[in-house]
Design a protein around this ligand. Structure first.
Ligand SMILES: [Zn+2]
Length: 72
C-alpha cells in the first residue's frame, strides 16, 4: 500500500502522539477531489473545498452548475 499523496506525490507523514507513537499513517481520503489518499496539506488545500462544493451541488441540485474537480 502506497503512502504517497495522490495529489502532490509527496510522502504522507504519519500522525503521532506527543510521545512520538504513530497512531495513524494512512493520510486522508482524497475523495471527491481525487481517488486515493492525500497528505494533510492537500486535504486542506484541495479536498475540503471540493467537498464543500459537492455538498452545495447536492443541496441546490439543478440550480447549481456542476463544477469540474479534476484536471486532466
Ligand atoms: Zn499532498
Amino acid at each position: 500500500m502506497s503512502k504517497d499523496c495522490i495529489i502532490c506525490g509527496s510522502n504522507i507523514p504519519p500522525h503521532t502522539t506527543e510521545e512520538g507513537v504513530v497512531y495513524w499513517e494512512g493520510g486522508h481520503n482524497a475523495e471527491p477531489y481525487a481517488s486515493g489518499r492525500c497528505c494533510d496539506l492537500c486535504h486542506g488545500e484541495y479536498v475540503l473545498p471540493a467537498r464543500l462544493k459537492q455538498m452545495k451541488e447536492e443541496r441546490y441540485g439543478e440550480k447549481w452548475k456542476p463544477i469540474e474537480f479534476k484536471t486532466t
